[in-house]
Ligand binder design. Structure first.
Ligand code: ADP
Length: 490
């Protein structure tokens, strides 16, 4: 099958979250299955042009309101034969930031920037004379190609092209004032309640959901949750309407990068048979974070974007957050790596000063995130909602027991500890409150001090689980086939 991934992020080129990991890893897994997979994305300012190859000639894109001249660069996804095409347009992408400058509001010309990506997708195929069987678009910023395919482009060489749209996080929808709608190049016919219109504004995600042949999201539980008002961010109605076309497929993990047996970013490699070597990572983590070196106290690790979705208010909220109380009452150490909302960064700074057994590093640090996974005993992830989540899977692979809220992909991947039998792979809390986080961390610490045999067995159980992308790639393949079949029967 010829598959074109359209995305605003893909590692190692541009990343703000798990979407970037998923797109690249899925592309690689599908390529390994023998598919012709290619990726198209913007050439942001940070992606060094000198490391890319330029395709000859400019590429004219015609979104409708004017002709835009772009360049196209290409590179292979590192270590693979998967081509990545970068749309180059100084005015749209020649600035720092993917959706906006971190800590500030999004760029107000995002509709122009990502409409350009949508239109350029089709021009690129024409330029390459390569026409995909499936356009697989990811999240709101890549929704436009799916919409254009349905309403404008499904003819000629694209007559048999099907579309699949994946929702990685329904909290981000691309909602903008309707004065920017003309930049999509679509006629006003599509600006109505069952289309692009959303309370008199435009909503890219909504139009993508309505237009795609098939929809997926990144875990089976999240696929159910987003059909309910609590998790659907106002899209629950149209998702219920399209529920027959919606599948939840758990993201896999890049097991080349996240493998304690060969991870170059940790202090000492280990596997389930040499778990004792994990202690060297614990020591290295304690040293790195300036905490007392003590093998006999459990470490609770956290790596997260500091945003409300991740339960950071319940953890670090001034006066009511549970982290302060956890560190005061329970004999443990807490290690945090995160960046995001300013109030939260400030709270972490003050916890750093107030608590001897708490250490936070504010910023983005790939190496430290690996060391936290390897050196911690527990990994805390009390998300308000979690489409899939990667860190709990990394934790399981690294023999670090996840403490998670029962939602989305967390519910699909972590089995709650059973004190009587010792079964389970982690600790699960039902409701997101400071008290339930406190209680569940307390319960995990209790098990660490009193049921060490259960803890060790759970670690090994987690390390034996298979989170490889090959499983997910097969599931996507089935969705692609369904999407193509739905075109035939139309
Ligand atoms: P989301 O995509 O919602 O942020 P995921 O758990 O799916 O959550 O993926 C987050 C990814 O980003 C993981 O690979 C995680 O290790 C990484 N990450 C998040 N914050 C940081 C940080 N401050 N430093 C390093 N890596 C981080």
């Amino acid at each position: 099958m010829k598959i074109l991934m359209v995305t605003s992020e893909a590692v190692p080129f541009a990343k703000t979250g798990g979407l970037a990991d998923a797109v690249s890893a899925l592309s690689l897994a599908l390529a390994k299955e023998g598919h012709d997979v290619r990726i198209v994305m913007p050439r942001y300012y940070r992606i060094d042009r000198s490391k890319l190859e330029a395709l000859p000639g400019p590429m004219g894109v015609h979104p409708g309101y004017q002709e835009i001249w772009t360049g196209v660069y290409t590179a292979k996804l590192p270590g693979t034969s998967v081509p990545v095409y970068f749309i180059d347009h100084e005015q749209s992408y020649g600035r720092d930031g993917i959706y906006g400058v971190p800590g500030e509001t999004d760029f107000n010309d995002n509709p122009q920037r990502f409409s350009l990506l949508g239109h350029a997708t089709f021009q690129l195929c024409r330029k390459l004379e390569w026409y995909p069987d499936v356009i697989h678009a990811h999240d709101w910023a890549a929704a436009l190609p799916v919409i254009l395919l349905k309403f404008n482009e499904r003819r000629g060489n694209f007559a048999k092209t099907a579309s699949v749209f994946t929702i990685h996080n329904i909290g981000y929808q691309g909602v903008y004032g309707k004065h920017l709608y003309p930049y999509t190049g679509l006629s006003w016919d599509h600006f109505y309640a069952a289309g692009f219109e959303d309370w008199d504004r435009m909503n890219f995600l909504k139009a993508g959901i309505i237009s795609a042949d098939k929809l997926t999201t990144v875990s089976p539980t999240y696929a159910k949750e987003i059909q309910h008002p609590e998790f659907g961010f106002r899209m629950d109605g149209i998702l219920r309407y399209r529920s027959g076309d919606l599948t939840g497929i758990l993201n896999g993990v890049d097991t080349d990068t996240w493998n304690p047996a060969k991870d170059p970013l940790i202090a000492k490699t280990y596997d389930s048979k040499s778990l004792a070597h994990k202690a060297a990572n614990k020591e290295a983590l304690q040293k790195r974070m300036g905490l007392p070196v003590d093998p006999d106290v459990p470490i609770v690790g956290i790596v997260t974007r500091l945003t409300d979705q991740k339960g950071v208010s319940e953890l670090f909220g001034p006066t009511y957050g549970s982290a302060h109380r956890i560190c005061e009452d329970i004999k443990l150490q807490m290690v945090v790596l995160g960046a995001g909302e300013l109030w939260c960064e400030h709270e972490l700074e003050s916890l750093n000063n107030a608590l001897p057994n708490f250490s936070a590093y504010i910023g983005y640090d790939e190496g430290l995130s690996h060391l936290i996974e390897a050196g911690s005993d527990f990994f805390l992830m009390p998300s308000r909602y979690e489409p899939c989540g990667l860190n709990q899977m990394y934790s399981l692979i690294y023999g670090t027991l996840p403490i998670v809220r029962k939602t989305g992909g967390l519910a699909d991947t972590v089995e709650n500890y059973d004190e009587k039998t010792g079964a389970g792979t982690g600790f699960v809390l039902e409701h997101l409150t400071p008290q339930s986080i406190y209680d569940t961390v307390g319960w995990a610490a209790y098990a660490w001090y009193n049921k060490r045999d259960h803890i060790e067995a759970m670690r090994k159980r987690g390390m034996g689980l298979d989170f490889g992308w090959n499983v997910s790639a097969k599931a996507y393949e089935a969705v692609y086939k369904d999407a193509l079949k739905s075109l035939e029967t139309r």
